[in-house]
Design a protein around this ligand. Structure first.
Ligand code: T46
Length: 134
C-alpha cells in the first residue's frame, strides 16, 4: 500500500524552527478540526478504527510513534518522528497507533468536525465496508 507524505517547509533560523500548514495548499483539504495525542503510555495502542469520510494528516510534532495503516488488502507500519512531515490518512483506511515515546505529541489535522457515526470500530465490519472478502 502506497503511503502519502507531505514535506512541510521548515522556517529554521538561529532562533529555532517553525512549520506552518495551510488548508488546501500544504495539505489537500480544508482543516475543520485539530486535535493532539500526548502522555500516551508506551504500552498503549490507540486507534483500531477507520473513517467513512474523514481525511486526516498526522504529524508527530515531538517524540516518535508507530502508525499502522491498512486498506483491507495491505498493511504498512511507519515510525513518525519528523515534525516537518505529515502522513496522509484518507477515508476507508484502518489505523493503529503504538510505541509512543514518552515525549510523543501526535498532532492531527482533520477535514471534518468530530462525528462518531463516521467511525468503523470493528475490523470485520471495515473489511465488509471496503468490499474485501475474508
Ligand atoms: C483517529 C486517530 C488518529 C472527541 O470528543 N473529539 C475528537 O475530535 C476526538 C478525535 C475524540 N474525541 C473523544 C472521543 C473519545 O471519547 O476523545 C475520546 C478518545 O477518542 P478515540 O478513542 O477515538 O481516540 P483514538 O486515539 O483511538 O483515535 C483518534 C481519533 O478519534 C481518530 O479519528 O484517526 O486518533
Amino acid at each position: 500500500m502506497k503511503l502519502r507524505y507531505f514535506e512541510f517547509k521548515n522556517h529554521s533560523d538561529d532562533r529555532g524552527s517553525l512549520v506552518a500548514v495551510e488548508s488546501n495548499k500544504d495539505i489537500p483539504f480544508n482543516i475543520k478540526r485539530v486535535y493532539y495525542l500526548f502522555d500516551t503510555d508506551a504500552s498503549c495502542s490507540r486507534g483500531f478504527h477507520a473513517h467513512k469520510t474523514l481525511q486526516q494528516v498526522l504529524i508527530c510534532v515531538s517524540g516518535e510513534c508507530d502508525i499502522c495503516l491498512d486498506d483491507g488488502h495491505e498493511r504498512e507500519t511507519v515510525r513518525l518522528s519528523n515534525p516537518s512531515c505529515g502522513l496522509y490518512v484518507g477515508n476507508n483506511i484502518w489505523r493503529e497507533m503504538s510505541n509512543f515515546s514518552k515525549d510523543a505529541v501526535l498532532l492531527v489535522l482533520a477535514s471534518e468536525l468530530y462525528d462518531e457515526s463516521d467511525y468503523i470500530r470493528n475490523y470485520d465490519e471495515f473489511l465488509r465496508y471496503v468490499g474485501v472478502d475474508k
